[in-house]
Design a protein around this ligand. Structure first.
Ligand code: SAM
Length: 285
């Protein structure tokens, strides 16, 4: 069986009792960086054979691990931090096991993406994980294009030396889209001594990093397009968003009175404004 084992993203106390038991029981641990994992195992007094499984040997090492698993070995897969498979090696091995009918289980635990999302204070009812934004210009353009209209919270990993560039691109994107107040949260050094949650507009966060250069590990969370457009109604675009929200509620079967009340609350509208906006389409009766 393959055990996909989450390990701490900073604070060693976040290792689970089950993770420690599984790591002590398996025959072999496949690790992204064996030296890094050796440090973790030593800290917890666990002695186990380690093999490396990382980006540049996963194609050759994967089949070797698969052969062992097929022969009945129990192997744990760990990455440098967090949940293997989320932006680090793991997916291919998991898929190969699934395809080969080998049993796989996950020992859940810390994951920077979900930890950051929760701490961001942005809506969590639906979110998009974009992984690393990366450096490729074409990919970055496509990412910002998706972001312009994305109504859900977007979560992505970003390197500290690129965070200012990314914030500047966000600032421009939101200004062009008429949403300069769209919220951004930067979650830094999660679970570590210097954990920090910075929340504000792209412009406010840029100002912050101009006085103190970005250091450490970062997750970027970006509010959905709908979120701020709705909180500051003022123009025809905002009214269209509020109307669309109301119509969506009606389409889902809400009573007009209840839908009107929800629209007023979500967009901070007075009753008269809400009536006027939804009546444009004859939506409220
Ligand atoms: N598998 C990991 C997980 O479950 O979150 C992610 C691995 S990915 C290679 C590493 C990236 O995750 C970092 O560049 C950073 O963006 C984010 N990250 C990892 N640990 C973090 C932490 N303690 N605080 C903030 N971001 C973190």
């Amino acid at each position: 069986m393959l055990y996909v084992v989450a390990t701490p993203i900073g604070n060693l106390e976040d290792i689970s009792a089950r993770a420690l038991r599984i790591l002590s029981e398996v025959e072999l641990i496949a690790a992204e960086d064996t030296r890094h994992t050796l440090g973790l195992l030593t800290h917890f007094g666990i002695k186990k054979p380690l093999v490396s499984y990382y980006e540049h040997n996963k194609l050759s090492r994967g089949p070797e691990l698969l052969t062992k698993l097929e022969a009945g070995a129990d192997i744990a897969l760990v990455s440098d931090a967090g949940l293997p498979g989320i932006c680090d090696p793991g997916y291919e091995l998991i898929k190969s096991c699934v395809d080969a009918g080998i049993e796989v289980t996950v020992v859940p635990g810390p994951c920077a993406c979900v930890t950051a999302l929760v701490l961001s204070g942005l809506p969590t009812d639906g979110f998009v994980f974009e992984g690393f934004i990366g450096t490729d210009n074409k990919r970055r353009r496509a990412f910002f294009e998706r972001l312009r209209k994305e109504p859900r919270t977007t979560v992505c990993y970003e390197a500290p030396h690129r965070i200012l560039k990314t914030l500047a691109e966000l600032e421009k994107l939101f200004a062009d889209a008429g949403e300069p107040d769209r919220r951004v949260a930067i979650l830094r050094e999660l679970t570590k001594t210097h954990e920090e949650a910075l929340r504000g507009t792209a412009t406010e966060l840029i100002a912050r990093f101009e006085t103190e250069p970005p250091r450490g590990e970062f997750v970027l969370c970006i509010a959905g397009a709908d979120d701020t457009a709705g909180t500051a109604p003022g123009g025809p675009a905002d009214e269209a968003v509020a109307r669309a929200f109301y119509e969506e509620l009606i389409a889902r079967g809400a009573a007009p009175k209840a839908a009107l009340k929800d629209t007023m609350e979500k967009y901070g509208l007075t009753r008269n404004d809400a009536y006027r906006i939804v009546k444009v389409t004859g939506g409220h009766s």
